[in-house]
Write a protein that binds this ligand. Structure first.
Ligand code: NAP
Length: 281
């Protein structure tokens, strides 16, 4: 039986730390504030927004919402970003991606002030993930993976890690963060010839593909730690990860559940970035 690496306890510990830091900020008349910019009514955006707002309320972070219609013009989106930039009370901004229009998304990320970019949208923050310069913040989910491993005292240095997925939001940044922790990282993608073999050879598997239960029994080996980032819906309509949990759990040493794993830590990391931005301001 594998250890189940639940996200809840890790998120709770971070939330408690953030409550203390927010009290200290409020004593200096600073209330950390997060701006949420959402275009349209996508269910997954609204679910993430609700979870983020709930976590912010618990910590004492205020939230300003910028909710735009799905047929919003480029100018209206950019004017919302300008308003966020100019509002000195706003310390961080989360924009729900992808935008309906990729060109508008790129323009918005160029416009957003780097110091308010708490989810690694600007090229400056992204460059920092690769250079380790410490400017900006890594994508919240990528950082949540590393925080979860730290919380459960799972050694990273010197371990072989296979990251399945190479997106700019998760796969690539989490690979860089783990490399910074001295892991030996293999990054896989849709053209990888033997994904199952690459996963089996790893001490730690990070699955960030976005395909329900793609990683079946032959992807796993005894003693491994599996971090499942995927959020999918299975054939029965239930939320599930990229790993076939029932097949993996009897084999591996430890595995994150979906739901209740990495996703629960992501909103706490977002709040940590907002509090840090407020401390810097
Ligand atoms: P994405 O942009 O679609 O990227 C998917 C990656 O998986 C790509 O690099 C793709 O390879 C690779 N891939 C696709 N099919 C594959 C296959 N059969 N074998 C090997 N690699 C394959 O997705 P994403 O934004 O990174 O998200 C990944 C998952 O994480 C999704 O389920 C998403 O919902 C979830 N997610 C979770 C959280 C959280 O807080 N837990 C937050 C955000 C996203 P190519 O590059 O070759 O196309």
């Amino acid at each position: 039986m594998a250890d189940i690496l639940k996200g809840g306890p890790c998120a709770k510990a971070l939330t408690e730390e953030l409550i203390g830091r927010t009290v200290t900020l409020k004593q200096k008349d600073v209330t950390p504030c997060l701006a949420l910019l959402r275009i349209g009514e996508r269910g997954d955006d609204i679910a993430y927004e609700n979870a983020a707002v709930k976590r912010c309320e618990k910590i004492g972070i205020s939230v300003k919402k910028f909710l735009l219609r799905s047929d919003v013009s480029r100018e209206e989106v950019l004017s919302a970003v300008r308003a966020i930039n100019m509002d000195a009370d706003i310390h961080g901004c989360l924009m729900f991606r992808p935008f309906p229009d990729k060109a508008v998304e790129e323009a918005a990320s160029r416009l957003l002030l780097p110091e308010k970019d708490v989810d690694c949208m600007t090229s400056g923050s992204l460059a920092s993930v690769f250079s380790g310069s410490g400017v900006g913040y890594p994508p919240c989910t990528a950082e949540a993976v590393v925080r979860l491993l730290h919380y459960y005292d799972i050694p990273i240095s010197g371990r072989r890690v296979t990251v399945a997925g190479r997106s700019l939001v998760i796969g690539k940044p989490v690979s860089m963060l783990l490399l910074r922790e001295n892991a030996t990282v293999t990054v896989c993608h849709s053209r990888t010839e033997d994904l199952a073999g690459e996963c089996r050879r790893a001490d730690i598997v990070v699955a960030a593909i976005g395909k329900a239960k793609l990683l079946t029994k032959e992807f796993f080996a005894k003693g491994q730690v599996v971090v499942d980032v995927g959020i999918n819906v299975d054939a029965a309509g239930n939320m599930c990860g990229d790993c076939d949990f029932e097949a993996a759990e009897p084999v591996v040493a430890a595995i994150t559940p979906v739901p209740g794993g990495v996703g629960s830590v992501t909103t706490a990391v977002l709040c940590e970035h907002v509090v840090r931005a407020a401390e810097k301001a």
